[in-house]
Design a protein around this ligand. Sequence first.
Ligand SMILES: [Zn+2]
Length: 270
Amino acid sequence: MRYIDPHIHMVSRSTDDYQRMALAGCIAVTEPAFWAGYDRSSAQGFFDYFRLLTEVEPRRAAQYGIQHFTWLCINPKEADDPGFAREVIKIIPEFLKCPTVLGIGEIGLNKNTKNELTILEEQIELAANHDQLILVHTPHLEDKRKGTLLIMDALQNQGQIDPGRVLIDHVEEHTVELVLDRGFWAGMTLYPDTKCTPQRAADIIEVYGNERIWMNSAGDWGPSDPLAVPKARLEMTRRGHSSASIDKVTLENPQDFLSQSPRFQLTESP
Ligand SMILES: [Zn+2]
């Protein structure tokens, strides 16, 4: 069994997690830049964080035969101060040259504020100017539908963004169809309690099909499970999904989307 976890925050996880993921069949991860659990006090804090993502984590993952790729941005939670956000955005282009950077992410909205939307638009522009893939974080709970619509409008209003090069993450039953209908890719986040459980993700695939959709653990410093993807594979097996269909959503779809960046080259063919 081989799988890719396309959204996990390994900076918050232990080396033991890399080992357990490798034992479960993980061959590659992609790690979006996110909120570290506290607000960083300066743009320099992001510079150090981007070094962690581009230099330290690929080395740590490689010890277990896992390839590590990353995405850069200022996350929506720290993007409500436009002056500060722009200082961070200025340092991103030099890191886009790093060999494991796949694009801009996870950008999006947190509380759907006007400032967050302005910085979202500027980061979409950054991705367009540098021909980068985009990974989108959608807000939680009651704001999710509204936030998802605002984000998709911002992406489409930019005018140059191909929806096939954008993955909209943390979709749930009430947003997945909106995302797929507009031509974007959809990501389901498997959390133990909130977002999608493995059971709900399997239900969504049974209802909406397995095209342009993937699943991830979004493992971070909060309650989350770095083995969520292999657990969802087991749930799909239990329900009688074919191994080809299980591989499609946990290996081939991530590979198809991510391979749109020339940087995403798997050393081990699945
Ligand atoms: Zn995340």
